[in-house]
Every structure is written in structure tokens, then in C-alpha cells.
Design a protein around this ligand. Structure first.
Ligand code: ADP
Ligand code: ASP
Ligand code: MG
Length: 402
């Protein structure tokens, strides 16, 4: 059972979450609880670091921002004990829950289950684990990336061979679109790992993308459910024919993108590689690559990068201006990616045309397009994001989805 920040924002809410854990414990289940920091705390901790300097040591940054989880795990254990449920908190270094040293975005390496298993055996003591943190080889704490406690929960569920992993949050499941943006968005009973992977990668912040890919790799049923109600929520699982019946399952938007346009590149073998190799080496994720038709032996390449990599990308490309041999570099930070996702697209045609028509009728210009078997993504001016999401949602009649 994993509880997110909004479900733990106050001590009252922590007690409500603890009552839910107590119910499951009393039903006789063995369980592990994973907590995120109390709502707003991680942002506050990031703020403290940035008040001192933007150029901080990443190891110290991680040691500060992972502290929110230590507080909430201790409070959750106290709330459980207060309800008569034996419980104790576990920090990453106590488990140990190991991760690599890529601070701010560490990958999980190994989880030792021995100590927790031994403790669970004692009066069925509930283990309350801090999400988001991992212990590195250098004996430091690394964080798994913002929203990473979903991934901690799935990793723990896999390591303990749990029957299922339940993510308790402030919405009662995965909706056809962000319910904060689309009023008639609808909760889905089921969604496939593949669809959820695309949706979360392309902006649906309800669950951390890496949590979905880990659950998929281990075939772990992953539930998203409300902390506040009794609905069953959505199960993320393997796809089936029933899901394919509905062609489009969700619409999402990512506003954390920037568009890079490099023009005046010589149209010769190796030039494109000379642009993308250094970006790859710097760990900058490039997406939506478009190369335009050649004009007078030069060409233009457009692609997207995460908004927070703009400064580094600019620096890298400008330093290599001579090597690459481009004329102009223009970066536009006012774009957003709108995506339509559904596994039924594999067997149906015309889905993309419908999206393009919808945007055309609204007078929204498409700046780049990317597709896979199960998704269509378009890059548009950021000011049209919500209009585009709402219009596509209604064009595919997602308010009727189940
Ligand atoms: P937590 O604090 O539990 O980790 P998050 O804020 O990370 O919660 O995720 C829940 C939020 O995700 C919801 O409040 C909702 O606004 C947003 N969200 C975005 N896309 C979707 C979607 N497709 N379905 C449900 N919620 C979504
Ligand atoms: N507390 C961390 C964050 O705010 C991790 C999480 O919420 O999943 O990003
Ligand atoms: Mg979250």
C-alpha cells in the first residue's frame, strides 16, 4: 500500500491512511506500506536548497530532499501503533534499499528483504518504508526522481513477491484525461501496462512512469485507488481484446517540453549524428525528431527536449557549432505535447486523421508529430494545451468510456 503526498498532507490524513492500513492488517493480510513525504514538504525542501544556491552538490541536495519521507514514515508508524497495530518505520539505509549514484534520478539496484521479513514475523509488525530514497555504494542517499515513491512501492512489491501493489492517491483511479483539466473525464476500470506507460511518459502525472515499466516487467497488478473513498479504482495490467475494442483510451498533455530547431545544417551523412551523439552523452532525452526537406544542400532538424535541459542543450550545441556546422539555433519554450493513446489503434485506421482534423478546426497549428503503434503525439503552442485536450477528449467520445 503506497500513500502519496496529498493523502498524507496533515497528521489527520496520516491517521486516516493508517486506519485503512489497520483494516487490511486486521483482515489478516501481510502488508508493506510505502510513504511519500507529506504534501508540499519535498517542494519546501527543494526551496531551501535553492535559496542558498542553484549550483548545489547533488549528494547534499538528495540528503535534504529525501528527508520528507523519513518524517512521514515515522508518523505513519506512530499512527498505526496508536491504533494498536504493531508497526515500525524503515529508511532506505536500514532495509537496505540500494540504488545507483545517479543523484536526483537514481535507479534501483537491489532490495534486501531479510531484515523486514524477520521483523514482519514478529507479531506481524507492519513495515512502513520511506519511498523516494535509495542507498548508494558510496553510502549516500540518492533520490529516484520526483514522484519516485510510486517506483519504490512497485520495487518493494516485486522484491517481496506481493500479490498486488496499490497506489492510494487523491483521485479514484486512472481517468481518460486529467480530471483537473477535463470535467467529464472518466475513471477506467482497467488499462494496459503499455497504455499507462505511454500516458505517464507523456504527461499523466498520476503515476511515475518507471513504476509502470517495473510493474510490467514483473507482471505485477498495479492498482490506483483513492485514499478517501471506497471505489475499487483502476487496475493496470496486461492488455486484452476487450481493451482493444475501445480505440482511444486516454488523452494527455506534457508542458515540460521545449522545441529545438537547428537550421542550415549541411545535408551530408554524419551531420545528424554529430548533433545527437553529444546530447545523448550528456543524458539529454531527445524526442519528436523531424528533419525537413533539403533546400540548397542544407537542411533543418527539429526536436524536443525536457524543459529543464534547455540551458545545457544550448551550451552543448553552441560549443559544437563549428563541428556540426549549423547556421541557427532557436529554442522555443512555449510548446506542449498533446498525446492520444490506445492499444486499439494497432488495428484501426483514421485515428490520427481525426486528431489532426480536430486541431485544424480549432485553428491550432501542429509543429511536429510523433507516432507509435498505440499513440499519436503532436507538438503545439502551449497556450492551446487545455483546449486541445478537452476537444480531443470529446472528439473520441471518451466521456462515455468505461
Ligand atoms: P500523489 O500525491 O498521491 O502522488 P499525484 O499528484 O502525484 O498524487 O497524482 C494524482 C494527480 O494526478 C491527480 O490529482 C490528477 O490531477 C493528476 N492526473 C493527471 N492525469 C491523470 C489521469 N489521467 N487520471 C487521473 N489523475 C490524473
Ligand atoms: N516526495 C517525493 C516528491 O515529491 C516523491 C513522491 O512524492 O513520490 O517528488
Ligand atoms: Mg505522485
Amino acid at each position: 500500500m503506497k500513500f502519496g503526498g496529498t493523502s498524507l498532507a496533515t497528521t489527520k490524513l496520516i491517521e486516516t491512511a493508517a486506519a485503512r492500513v489497520a483494516d487490511i492488517h486486521h483482515e489478516g493480510h501481510e502488508l508493506l506500506v510505502v510513504v511519500s513525504a507529506m504534501g508540499g514538504v519535498t517542494n519546501q525542501l527543494v526551496g531551501y536548497v535553492e535559496e542558498i544556491t542553484q549550483h548545489h552538490d547533488l549528494m547534499e541536495y538528495d540528503s535534504v530532499i529525501s528527508a520528507g519521507e523519513q518524517i512521514s514514515s515515522g508518523l505513519m508508524a506512530i499512527a498505526l501503533q496508536n491504533l494498536g497495530v504493531p508497526a515500525r518505520s524503515w529508511q532506505c539505509w536500514q532495509i537496505p534499499f540500494r540504488a545507483n549514484s545517479v543523484h536526483k534520478n537514481a535507479e534501483i539496484q537491489h532490495i534486501d528483504t531479510t531484515a523486514i521479513v524477520a521483523n514482519l514475523a514478529k507479531q506481524r509488525t507492519v513495515a512502513v518504508c520511506s519511498g523516494f530514497q535509495g542507498l548508494t555504494e558510496e553510502n549516500r542517499i540518492a533520490t529516484l526522481g520526483r514522484s519516485g515513491s510510486d517506483t519504490s512501492a512497485v520495487a518493494l512489491a516485486c522484491a517481496f513477491q506481493a500479490d498486488e501493489c496499490i497506489i492510494y492517491t487523491d483521485v479514484d483511479g486512472i481517468y481518460t484525461a486529467d480530471p483537473r483539466v477535463v470535467d467529464d473525464a472518466h475513471p477506467l476500470k482497467r488499462i494496459s501496462y503499455e497504455e499507462m506507460l505511454e500516458l505517464s511518459y507523456l504527461g499523466a502525472k498520476v503515476i511515475h512512469n518507471r513504476a509502470v515499466s517495473l510493474a510490467m516487467a514483473y507482471n505485477l497488478p498495479l492498482w490506483v485507488r483513492s485514499s478517501f473513498g471506497d471505489e475499487r479504482g483502476t487496475v493496470i495490467t496486461t492488455g486484452d481484446n476487450e481493451m482493444e475494442g475501445e480505440i482511444v483510451r486516454g488523452v494527455t498533455c506534457s508542458q515540460e517540453e521545449a522545441k529545438v530547431v537547428l537550421s542550415g545544417i549541411q545535408d551530408q551523412p554524419g551531420r545528424v549524428a554529430s548533433v545527437f551523439t553529444p546530447l545523448a552523452t550528456a543524458g539529454i532525452n531527445v524526442d519528436m525528431i523531424v528533419q525537413n526537406a533539403t533546400q540548397q544542400e542544407t537542411t533543418e532538424v527539429t526536436f524536443t527536449i525536457p524543459l529543464n535541459d534547455v540551458v545545457r542543450c544550448k551550451e552543448i550545441l553552441n560549443n559544437l557549432r563549428e563541428n556540426i556546422g549549423f547556421h541557427d539555433l532557436v529554442i522555443d519554450k512555449n510548446v506542449s505535447k498533446i498525446s492520444v493513446v490506445g492499444i486499439g489503434m494497432r488495428s484501426h485506421s483514421g485515428v490520427a486523421a481525426k486528431a489532426f482534423q480536430t486541431l485544424a478546426e480549432l485553428g491550432i497549428n501542429i509543429q511536429a508529430i510523433a507516432t507509435s503503434e498505440i499513440k499519436i503525439t503532436v507538438l503545439i503552442d502551449r497556450k492551446f494545451s487545455e483546449l486541445a485536450v478537452r476537444s480531443l477528449h470529446s472528439r473520441y467520445e471518451l466521456e462515455k468510456a468505461g
